[in-house]
Design a protein around this ligand. Structure first.
Ligand code: B12
Ligand code: SF4
Length: 541
């Protein structure tokens, strides 16, 4: 399996990597290619349940099994799978890496007794050193970038890994086992950079990369990036690139120049004819002049980090911009004919009734026309964020089930939030939710490929259905807020709130019927792959 056999007496380490993989999981794919570059064997198994992991472990007899834990809520499932692995007789060293693991190694080592170590922050060098030490029977406890259980049961952290890493030193992510040819619209994830120069209070990207002693956003050589794009398109048949960069335009003029170099080089190589892009960026970066060259190169869709339409909220979130900037970004994206969706936290720990009301008004102006499906949720205080620290300092953070949580300063908002969760679960939060479908259809109605030209009639129909749904959701939200503002001791079960919920559910059924009709109208060979955009909704929280 390895591309370069080990020389000398040391044998190649066998590493089994396990990860949630809705889209290409670049974390484990970078780890796998780095291990292979150094002569080791790496196998990736997508995580759904323990059975395929146990089967792969029995087949490969790995030295290390590494789980990628980027999402905190998956801890219980991983705990179960690791216990089942041990029960099946696995003696391999079991480690975990990823965002949550990096910030909370102590809690994780306590929650998962069968775990041997945690790899903290970017894992390429640490995992390689761990693999090479374990395969030679050495003592791995002093390897930098690790955490493990000490004699007293508490977590021991080894020295952190420091120093600027050049991303160009890493081989491209290992995608050998991905069957792009079997996808209806072959879609690959790609990274042009790691990190972000901004400091939003709800986001852990800054602290995560600082954990390795790096700062800001590290960009790859743009020509090497286009080499990877060309390989994916011409050799693997990929038609859509999901740029997983947290902020594709983050880093001022240099970053825009870098993005334009990628665009110009891919046009020079003719990739723009049949390769389409999706990027994420901030509203203050979504300017016509910055985006136009990317559109020429194939940009179709933008995920915009809006987060709030209230000036006080935006200050609490440390977004360093005002609501007008979002509205201008929305206009620029419409002018360029791009589809977009956006992250939006209707509520955050310092919300007031007024800020929530302002947010609903903002949503009407921003998405009332149905150009995009309007998302709304509540900020979650993830570990490693300034918001989590502030809540902790204020004595407002409490834990349940390994998740940090909080109550609002105004108890009426707790009632509003509980009611909102019930009322809009089918629209915003459940698997296969209505909004996910509206966003998928929006993307589909804008993408234009040589074998699948965009249809104006389809676009208009999707926008009309989205507008009707968005506006109903805003009306229901506003009526619910009016009620909790005026009622004495409101409760989510109050008759009036339950009536609003029933009205929304009735409308949601009609939107579902519209969606079924729209799916029939969609140009062929696309619906399944575009579903991946469901998960982009609200990805920042
Ligand atoms: C792509 C992505 C997604 C994709 C998932 C892609 C997939 N794998 O299928 C989608 C869009 C589905 C998604 C959804 C969500 N996401 Co998301 N997502 C990302 C994003 C933007 C990029 C991930 C990536 O490719 N990173 C680049 C690779 C190279 O880095 P990496 O994965 O961190 O891996 C490195 C290290 O962590 C470490 N490592 C990782 N795994 C392992 C394993 C081992 C064994 C070792 C040794 C090391 C190691 O080494 C790797 C190489 O250096 C990240 C932000 C980010 N920059 O990472 C957010 C991020 C991971 N998502 C986040 C969140 C919150 C979500 C959602 C919960 C949002 C929501 N409210 O719905 C959902 C949950 C998904 C679900 N299942 O329900 C948060 C997680 C925060 C946290 N503390 O939990 C992040 C960090 C964004 C943020 N700004 O806060 N997401
Ligand atoms: S939310 Fe986006 S812009 Fe803000 S720090 Fe995180 S990645 Fe950067």
């Amino acid at each position: 399996m390895s591309d370069r056999p080990m020389t000398g007496s040391r044998r190649a380490a066998r590493v089994l990597l396990v990860a949630f993989e809705d889209q290409d999981n670049l974390g484990v794919r970078y780890l796998a290619s780095f291990l292979r570059k150094h002569g080791h064997e790496a196998t990736i198994v997508a995580f759904g349940n323990a059975a395929p992991v146990i089967e792969a472990a029995a087949r490969i007899d790995p030295d290390i099994i590494g789980f990628s834990l980027i999402f905190q809520y998956m801890v219980p499932e991983f705990r179960e799978a690791i216990a089942e692995l041990r029960a099946a007789g696995t003696r391999a060293h079991v480690t975990v890496g990823g965002h949550y693991a990096s910030f909370e190694p102590g809690a994780l080592l306590t929650a998962i007794p069968d775990l041997d170590s945690v790899v903290r922050f970017e894992g390429e060098e640490t995992l390689l050193e761990l693999a090479e030490t374990i395969v030679t029977g050495g003592d791995w406890h002093s390897i930098a970038g690790l955490a493990f259980r000490g004699d007293d049961g508490g977590a021991v952290l080894t020295a952190s890994r420091q120093g600027t890493r050049t991303l160009d030193d890493y081989p491209w992510p290992d995608r050998d086992d991905i069957r792009y040819e079997e996808q209806e619209m072959p879609t690959a994830s790609i990274l042009g950079s790691r990190g972000c120069p901004w400091q939003c209070s709800f986001c852990s990207i800054i602290t995560f990369y600082e954990g390795n002693g790096t700062k800001g956003r590290r960009r790859r050589n743009p020509i090497d990036v286009v080499d990877e794009m060309e390989h994916l398109h011409r050799d693997r048949g990929v038609e859509v690139l999901l740029w997983q960069d947290d902020d594709f335009l983050g880093g001022g003029r240099d970053a825009v120049r870098w993005a334009h170099t990628v665009a110009a080089e891919s046009i020079r190589r003719g990739l723009h004819h049949s390769l389409r892009w999706k990027i994420s960026c901030r509203s203050d970066e979504a300017k016509r002049a910055s985006l136009e060259p990317l559109v020429e190169a194939g940009l179709t869709h933008v995920y915009l980090g809006v987060e709030s339409g209230d000036a006080d909220d935006l200050r609490d979130l440390n977004k360093r911009l005002l609501p007008d900037v979002h509205l201008r970004a929305g206009e620029a994206l419409r002018d360029l004919g791009l589809s977009f969706d956006f992250g939006f936290m209707l509520l955050q720990p310092w919300s007031t009734v007024t800020s929530v009301r302002n947010n609903i008004h903002f949503l009407r102006a921003f998405a009332g026309d149905g150009y995009t499906g309007a998302t709304f949720c509540r900020m979650l205080p993830y570990v490693g964020t300034a918001a989590e620290k502030r809540l902790r300092d204020e004595g407002r953070l409490f834990e349940h089930d390994l998740r940090a949580d909080y109550l609002f300063l105004d108890p009426r908002l707790d009632t509003f939030y509980s009611w909102m969760l019930q009322t809009f679960a089918c629209r915003n939060f459940d698997t296969g939710n209505t909004l996910g479908w509206l966003c998928s259809l929006t993307f589909e109605s804008c993408i234009d490929l040589p074998h699948r030209p965009a249809s104006r009639a389809f676009r208009k129909a999707v926008q009309a259905a989205t507008a009707a749904n968005n506006r109903t959701a805003f009306d229901i939200l506003e009526s619910g807020l009016d009620y909790v503002e005026r009622a004495v001791e409101p409760s989510p079960g109050d008759d009036f709130l339950q009536m609003l919920k029933a009205i929304y559910h009735d409308h949601d059924s009609r939107t579902r019927a519209d969606i079924e009709a729209l799916k029939e109208m969609a140009p062929p060979a696309s619906v399944a792959a575009a579903r991946s955009t469901d998960k982009l909704v609200c990805a920042a929280v």
